[in-house]
Design a protein around this ligand. Structure first.
Ligand code: 5GP
Length: 365
């Protein structure tokens, strides 16, 4: 990150409490923050401890926060899958200097490839498997990201809106309500498939029908945001299908697995990510007692009444999503009561089109 003291803003991607930090030179001088807070950097003179304030805080006094390098190094050390060579500290350099010096060895690169492989026995669908190398880069260690203010101008394309949430949380229902509220304004992508077209279907409406060979080539060329296999056919959502919705000057609503979000975070899409979260277990029981879920265990995708197991699964899955990808969520909406959640969603969309938001600086150039 470049040093622009007082002019640089960052979004914190983790929670920090100086009282629990054994390394901080003086706990009282520390600045506590939560994931998602915007901080103004006042000084980066020290490689290990930066000085920062909460954005908009009138108090001129800055507090200490761990520097990006230092925090990345600490997070990396906590990860069991990362093999880190012990640092050979021959002369007494600061911890952060050593981390920087060593960066070529273990922070060298990140290779993650998705491939169709492991079959889910229950659904016969292929799952996405992450092939992870034992090396990864700092982009995979969420600490801070430099941000700047962005306000959509009348001639700008709409930002891509990504909806994320566990199965059964009501994400599809919310998306459907938005779509029918204004079909001219909101749009969804048309997926690709390699299965044969059914008589009542039209190419480009339900699906874009393509050959297996072309699908596989497109996968190789990273043209898909996500894809899967079902009954020996491939299905997937392409980047071009998002582009074609945006080119019609519509807001594109996309629901994907949260691991795909980081690939969509580009200048072109400027995604706004909304996490639809389930309410408490008791509220799930109360609000969903007469509702049905499209069963993921049922090959035909039949709707069935929710079971206790579905509720527990939903809460567990939401928890995993939030802890692993929460730093990528711009907004969290709890879908307790559908009408209230929908109105919160609608307000968020209205704000998105008129108000100023903090986005990664790289999205502005
Ligand atoms: P059908 O062939 O009956 O239209 O759909 C079969 C299955 O393909 C459905 O269970 C549906 O969820 C899945 N499917 C449809 N579109 C996509 C897509 O874009 N990506 C993935 N991964 N699966 C899809």
């Amino acid at each position: 990150m470049p040093v622009k003291e007082g002019k640089m803003f960052i979004r914190a991607l983790f929670d920090y409490d100086p009282n629990e930090d054994k390394a901080i030179p003086c706990k009282e001088a520390g600045l506590a923050f939560r994931k998602g807070d915007i901080l103004q950097i006042m000084s980066q003179d020290d490689a290990t401890w930066w000085q920062a304030k909460h954005e908009g805080d009138a108090n001129p006094r800055a507090g200490l926060i761990p520097s990006k390098h230092f925090q990345e190094r600490r997070f990396a050390l906590r990860r069991p899958e990362v093999q880190i060579q012990p640092l050979k500290i021959s002369n007494r350099k600061s911890y952060a200097e050593c981390a920087g010096h060593n960066s070529g060895s273990y922070l060298a690169g990140f290779r993650r490839s998705f491939r169709l492989s492991r079959k889910d026995k229950k659904t016969n669908k292929s799952m996405y498997e992450c092939k992870k190398s034992d090396q990864y880069d700092t982009a995979d260690i969420p600490t801070y990201e430099e941000v700047a203010k962005y306000r959509r101008q009348p001639n700008d394309k709409y930002r891509l809106v990504v909806l994320v949430g566990p199965v059964g949380v009501g994400l599809n229902e919310l998306k459907r309500k938005l779509l029918i509220s204004d079909t001219q304004h909101y749009g969804v992508t048309v997926p690709h498939t390699t299965r044969p077209r059914r008589s009542q279907e039209s190419d480009g409406v339900e699906y874009i029908f393509i050959s297996k060979h072309l699908f596989e080539t497109d996968v190789q060329n990273n043209k898909f945001i996500e894809y899967g296999e079902y009954k020996n056919n491939y299905y997937g959502t392409s980047l071009d299908s998002v582009r074609s919705v945006l080119a019609k000057n519509k807001v594109c609503l996309l629901d994907v697995q949260p691991h795909t979000v980081k690939h969509l975070r580009t200048y072109e899409f400027k995604p706004f990510v909304i996490f639809i979260k389930p309410p408490s277990l008791d509220r799930l029981r109360e609000t969903r007692k007469n509702a049905k879920i499209i069963s993921s265990k049922d090959d035909k995708g039949t709707a069935k009444p929710f079971t206790e197991e579905d509720f527990h699964e939903m809460i567990k899955s939401a928890h995993v999503m939030e802890s692993q990808y929460g730093h990528l969520f711009d907004k969290v909406i709890v879908n307790d009561d559908l009408t209230t959640a929908y109105s919160e969603l609608k307000t968020t969309f209205d704000r998105l089109e008129t108000e100023t938001f903090w986005v990664p600086v790289s999205w502005l150039h």
